[in-house]
Design a protein around this ligand. Structure first.
Ligand code: TTP
Ligand code: MG
Length: 352
């Protein structure tokens, strides 16, 4: 599953008057003087040659040219990552009601696994329903590739964008790959493509004629995986994220620090920052805390302790960390009274 022109589709949904017009999500074009690039462009803007990673100045030029020839200028919007994440989560959770086996592979893509007991046709019907449900309840288009492994499914998902579903049965894998431009293979970027073009290789069918030894000679170890990809071989196993158990932040000082009051201030700032990051990652409480101090002589010490009660806010985290830092601020743990180079904090026993 891969959402269509994702960020731009969300903007269209949010601003109905933009529907049908070219939309560019990216940095501020500043009337052609802006810095930065295009994040994504909707399909109407792609007609003008505007696409992901294009310098925003170039996108502005294309839009101005279009305007001069009587076509509509593009809307430039700066984007709202928080909203895109929310919409993404909403779609993923709809998909989860069709199959619990999902590997979220990015903000706008995921692999859905269905039972091998179901036929491709049955799965196709389910995907059609899922696609409709996403469109009607979230208002975002998504395209799908259905195949026996993740490699072919991913390539297929791109085949009939937007709002496409491409089914590649086992016996269709070879014909599907034969005339496919090599750049469609995930992992073949502009550099590898240029190298292969020098050998006259433009489509996957030609790539299949290259021996494994040749590939290893040209690309080193990666040649091995390229050899398999060219044959459509890939894994169907979902790689699920391992549950994160700790989160930490370190702060290295611009100059070695010995002012106690400043260190306590930094401990407080780090506590605020870490609680913020934990919240964004979906954690609600911390059961264990730790600190790292590095002295001016690079000697590094860590301490950790379990909290009697889990904490969920910056001040409580700070109070939990403080007893471990204090001994380093006097002769108990710092007899030479060295100054500090780094202070780090860590949260463990995380609960979501
Ligand atoms: P893609 O799936 O590559 O692109 P898309 O969803 O915009 O378009 P398509 O219909 O072809 O799938 O990327 C998903 C989102 O990731 C995209 O909406 C914006 C973001 N993105 C960037 O910010 N920079 C980039 O260079 C790319 C490729 C994507
Ligand atoms: Mg996409």
């Amino acid at each position: 599953m891969d959402f269509d022109a994702f960020f731009a589709s969300v903007e269209e949904r949010e601003h109905p008057w933009m529907v049908g017009s070219p939309i560019v999500v990216g940095s501020d074009p500043k009337g052609g003087e802006g810095r930065g690039v295009v994040s994504t462009a909707n399909y109407a803007a792609r007609v003008y040659g505007i696409k992901s990673a294009l310098p925003i100045t170039q996108a502005w030029k294309f839009s101005e040219e279009a305007k001069r020839s009587g076509k509509p200028a593009a809307y430039f919007v700066s984007g709202n990552m928080g909203l895109y994440k929310e919409v993404s989560r909403e779609i993923m959770s709809i998909a989860r009601s069709y199959t619990p086996d999902i590997q979220v592979a990015g903000i706008d893509e995921a692999y859905l696994r269905f039972s091998a007991a179901e036929s491709f046709e049955e799965i196709y019907q389910k995907i059609l329903k899922l696609q409709q449900e996403i469109l009607h309840t979230v208002g975002i288009g998504a395209s799908f590739g259905i195949a026996a492994n993740k490699l072919i499914a991913k390539i297929a998902s791109d085949k009939k964008k937007p709002n496409g579903i491409t089914l590649v049965r086992l016996e269709e894998v070879q014909p599907f790959l034969k005339d496919l431009p090599i750049r469609r293979i995930p992992g073949i970027g502009p550099k590898a493509a240029t190298t292969l073009h020098k050998f006259g290789i433009k489509v996957v069918g030609e790539l299949q004629k290259m021996s494994k030894e040749e590939m290893l000679g040209i690309f080193g170890k990666w040649g091995e995986s390229l050899y398999r990809k060219a044959r459509g071989e890939g894994s169907a196993a979902l790689s699920l994220p391992v549950a994160q158990k700790t989160m930490s932040i370190d702060h290295t000082f611009d100059q070695d620090m010995d002012a106690t009051i400043k260190l306590l201030g930094i401990l407080k700032e780090l506590s605020v920052e870490l609680i913020g990051r934990l919240g964004r990652a979906g954690f609600s409480s911390v059961g264990q805390v730790g600190i790292t101090v590095r002295f001016s002589d690079f000697k590094t010490k860590t301490r950790q302790r379990a909290l009697d009660e889990p904490v969920d806010n910056p001040n409580a985290l700070y109070q939990g960390l403080l007893p471990m830092l204090l001994p380093f601020l006097d002769r108990r743990e710092n007899p030479g009274m060295r100054s500090f180079r780094l202070l780090g904090i860590r949260a463990g026993k995380l609960k979501s």
